[in-house]
Ligand binder design. Sequence first.
Ligand SMILES: [Zn+2]
Length: 268
Amino acid sequence: MDELWQSLCHGQRISSRSVMFTIDDGFHDHHDVAAKVFDEFGFPLNFFVITGLLDQQLWPWDDQVTYALKHAGVEHTDIRLPSGAVYSINLEDKSAGATVREIRDALKISPQAQVYQWLREELFAKLQVDFPSTIPQEYQPMSWTDARLLRERGHGVYPHTRSHRILSTLDLTEKREEIRNSLERVGAELGYSPQVFAYPTGRPADYDGDDVEELRQAGFNMAFNTVPAYVKQGQDQYQLPRFSLPENTADFLQIVNRFEALKEKLRR
Ligand SMILES: [Zn+2]
């Protein structure tokens, strides 16, 4: 991460033979499994953590949607989305996976200020799912001690908001709270000032110019989205792209050996 920043701010060419890995949210298996694999190869991994998750205050809204559908006590019900629109759930006609995707996509463009309350009072209630009193095992975070150990082993740990709500749907006060609070929590727990950030879900529609300005004012110097592209010299340092990890090795190799870049060039 430091090398990337040095290249970007000194206008140096970014080597086509360089690759960086990031992993978002901060679940326990990111520490217990993923970091160990990278340690075997002596390769640093960069973790973007949801600080409210590591603080055991919440588990991400998008995962709560998955949990609710997985444990649904009824097969059909109508829910009223935060936008006011009605969405009909029918698990006989549509798979739980497809339903999860549609509800998540609808929530991404809904006002998210009250999304956690909405999940509990509307989605869980209508699907007749008991809201867990503690974070379910599969969504348990790594601990702050784990995060400290990661840094001691040369990995990076950076903020990814407090609650993972979509920044573009929040007002200025809430945006500031998400950004500042996650910055402060990482700073307080890990004893350094992080300057790198990743936007929740990270599509260009998921953040806006006010978020970038807020990051700048808070002292961040780089931020990552999830636009699938290579980082190039001269790129907006607050909108650095990342490829998602593909499902299969062939596609993964195609990205890291820059075949994707070649295709881009040929298209041009
Ligand atoms: Zn995330």
